[in-house]
Design a protein around this ligand. Structure first.
Ligand code: PLP
Length: 403
């Protein structure tokens, strides 16, 4: 029999070490729980970085995938297929936008938003060719392509991959003044995460998103919200921007849009913006394929009920109240919104990795983001009882490390 240790050893020997996984080999997942190859069960508090908002093996999503798998999986966009219209219209309605442009991964959707913003800048705003700039935030995470890492401030993500793509201005997150200072007549977009996930679930000051919206409107600049991790129910609203009643010009979506089954990403915008893209000017072989569309339609149906948003809001209240009670007892600070929390552990107790490993030993899957910050983002289907149990395990893990 192949053991956990053997599978880990082979994985590490035969694949690049671009991740540092926790020592667990997962075999099965159902709802908020996974089972490893040795039959041990763990509560999943990472949810594939919020790709599994609706749980492992969600019946509605899996049934849609299974039905589509047996019929038609790929056509390319050279032809129409019968799942595409419902997906485009459904996602357009969910976002309140005229149009969508489908891709696969989150990074591709961000790239799409950047390309559309530049093209819009030249063709609609009238920016001088090749002079467009986009304002981005410190500590951003938008993916791993060469252009995207060009404006990352994380040395691990950025260093060693030059020459870098120009045209980005990096400013402090949470400060509308910093954006105001950076914009000029050639600014075509502000690209912002409504809540910075990878940076440690950083919630900007109240009113920030509204002020960014106003600044963009006043200066004829596109507000691009990267809702790849914050969107689709996680924060207790469909989009994290909803919390401030803000509607960006461009939504960037991914992760949970694929229901934890297939990569599905897209941007959504009005025709005045997305209309700049003409045949042949952008695309993807797999983007908007029948399987992806069928799965995403099931996700959109789920979101249209509002049940998951409400549940994330309710459980989020419970989660944050419990976590706040831990501040001062090995926990330095807690942030987040809805069923999404960044927990700063006292760094003297150990690294985020130490805490993640202590949680693993207690049957909870979570991962550190930066330094000693643990991200908690269980599938929204998690029961209140299991959620509170996970927080108890965190308290216990902190105690074990001396907190
Ligand atoms: C995960 C993520 C991305 C990149 O998505 P991939 O599918 O990994 O390419 C981009 N932006 C945000 C905010 C993310 O969380």
């Amino acid at each position: 029999m192949t053991t956990t240790a053997e599978l880990i050893e082979l994985s590490e020997r035969r694949s690049a070490h671009n991740y540092h996984p926790l020592p667990i080999v997962i075999h099965e997942g159902r709802g908020a729980w996974v089972t490893d190859v040795e039959g041990r069960r763990y509560l999943d508090c990472l949810s594939g970085y919020s790709s599994l908002n609706f749980g492992h093996g969600n019946t509605k999503i899996i049934e849609a995938a299974r039905e589509q798998l047996g019929r038609l999986t790929l056509t390319s966009r050279a032809f129409f297929h019968d799942q595409f219209a419902a997906f485009a219209a459904g996602l357009g309605d969910l976002t309140g936008k005229d149009m969508i442009l489908p891709m696969n991964t989150g990074a591709e959707a961000v790239e799409t938003a950047i390309k559309v913003a530049r093209k819009w800048g030249y063709e609609v705003k009238g920016v001088t060719p090749d002079r467009a700039n986009i304002v981005v935030m410190e500590d951003n995470f938008h993916g791993r392509t060469t252009t995207i890492v060009s404006f990352s401030t994380d040395p691990d993500a950025h260093d060693g991959y030059g020459p870098y793509t120009p045209g980005f201005r990096i400013v402090k997150y949470g400060s509308v003044e910093a954006i105001r200072e950076a914009v000029d007549a050639d600014t075509v977009a502000v690209l912002v995460e409504p809540i910075q996930g990878e940076a440690g679930v950083l919630v900007p000051p109240d009113g920030y998103l509204r002020q960014v919206r106003e600044l963009c409107t006043e200066n004829d600049i596109l507000m691009i919200a990267d809702e790849i991790q914050s969107g689709l129910g996680r924060t207790g609203d469909t989009f994290a921007c909803d919390h401030e009643g803000v509607v960006p010009d461009v939504y960037v979506l991914g992760k949970a849009l694929g229901g934890g089954v297939v990569p599905v990403s897209a941007i959504a915008a009005d025709e005045s913006v997305l209309g700049v893209i003409k045949p042949g000017q952008h695309g993807s072989t797999f983007g908007g394929n029948p399987l992806a569309c069928a799965v995403a339609c099931a996700v959109i149906d789920i979101l249209n009920t509002g049940e998951y948003q409400a549940r994330a809001r309710e459980l989020g209240g419970v989660l944050h109240e419990r976590l706040r009670g831990m501040v001062g007892r090995g926990v330095v600070a807690v942030r987040g919104r809805g069923l999404w929390a960044g927990v700063d552990i006292d760094p003297s107790l150990g690294t985020g990795r130490d805490i993640s490993e202590a949680l693993l030993r207690r049957g909870v899957l979570a991962k550190d983001t930066h330094g000693s910050t643990i991200r908690l983002a269980p599938p929204i289907v998690v029961s209140e009882e299991d959620l509170l149990w996970a927080v108890d395990q965190l308290a216990d893990a902190v105690r074990e490390l001396g907190g």
